[in-house]
Design a protein around this ligand. Structure first.
Ligand code: AP5
Ligand code: MG
Length: 223
């Protein structure tokens, strides 16, 4: 099964995506992480993406579609995967269906009010090496400024500056939010309340996914 995490910047796609990936055993594919890695490695693709990302704008469909196509063709994606940050517009949603059309899918919409998004993002710190996500309010690292997992120095993302956060939320509202209607029409959209503790939200998300997987299993065994 393909799980798509849909939600505004700061809604918790990365945080919850990691937990869900561990619980259900599907790889999480974050186009943001793949792009940041390309920027860090100074590849041609990274150079093309960097300026747009710094401004909070979307990178070209062609670039992200290429990244996703390659990643989902890996053997670890055979039984399913979790997409975090893709698709982000209708063109990308159509491209995904062309890439892997027959796979059943569920779209979890993580719903969080805008003022909370801004607060979360302005207090976010991330690990540039293993991409772990922290928050000085609710998910602080054990040692200040150090990643719990790999001990690297934590950084703030370039696009977590207040003016870029505002632009990213605007881009989400202008381009990505349309996908909610699109997936509602396909009857695969499942909204989840993204307010509360990380643990409480995870329980809601895990409940939705477990129900979807059970439905799939039932259809498979039914004669
Ligand atoms: P991307 O990396 O995907 O960024 P985003 O969508 O803006 O989302 P974020 O990663 O900022 O937030 P999140 O929802 O993952 O929240 P998180 O779990 O970190 O994309 C970056 C850029 O890449 C784009 O702007 C674009 O340029 C480009 N790009 C990527 N995909 C693309 C595509 N498909 N097409 C074109 N361009 C693309 O949580 C946020 C913070 O909140 C953390 O500090 C966390 O600890 C904290 N937190 C989480 N849960 C809670 C909670 N319950 N309570 C309190 N705090 C919490
Ligand atoms: Mg993220």
């Amino acid at each position: 099964m393909r799980t798509i995490l849909l939600g505004a910047p700061g809604s918790g796609k990365g945080t919850q995506g990691d937990l869900v990936a561990k619980r259900f055993g599907f790889p999480r594919i974050s186009t943001g992480d793949l792009l940041r890695l390309a920027v860090q490695q100074r590849t041609a693709l990274g150079k093309a993406a960097e300026a747009l990302m710094k401004q909070g704008l979307l990178v070209s469909d062609e670039i992200v579609e290429g990244l996703v196509r390659e990643r989902i063709s890996s053997p670890d994606c055979r039984s399913g995967y979790i997409l975090d940050g893709f698709p982000r517009n209708l063109a990308q949603a159509h491209a995904l269906e062309k890439m892997d059309g027959k796979r059943p899918e569920v779209v979890i919409g993580i719903e969080v009010p805008t003022p909370i998004l801004v607060k979360r993002l302005s207090r976010r710190w991330v690990c540039p090496e293993c991409q772990a996500v922290y928050n000085m309010n609710v998910q602080a690292p054990k040692d200040k400024g150090r990643c719990d997992a790999c001990r690297s120095d934590l950084i703030q993302r370039d696009d977590d500056k207040p003016e870029v956060i505002r632009e990213r939320i605007k881009v989400y509202q202008d381009q990505t939010e349309k996908l909610i209607r699109y997936y509602q029409k396909k009857s695969v959209y499942r909204p989840v309340n993204g307010e509360g503790t990380v643990k409480a939200i995870f329980q809601r998300m895990a409940g939705v996914l477990a129900a979807e997987l059970a439905k799939l299993e039932e259809n498979r065994v039914r004669p």
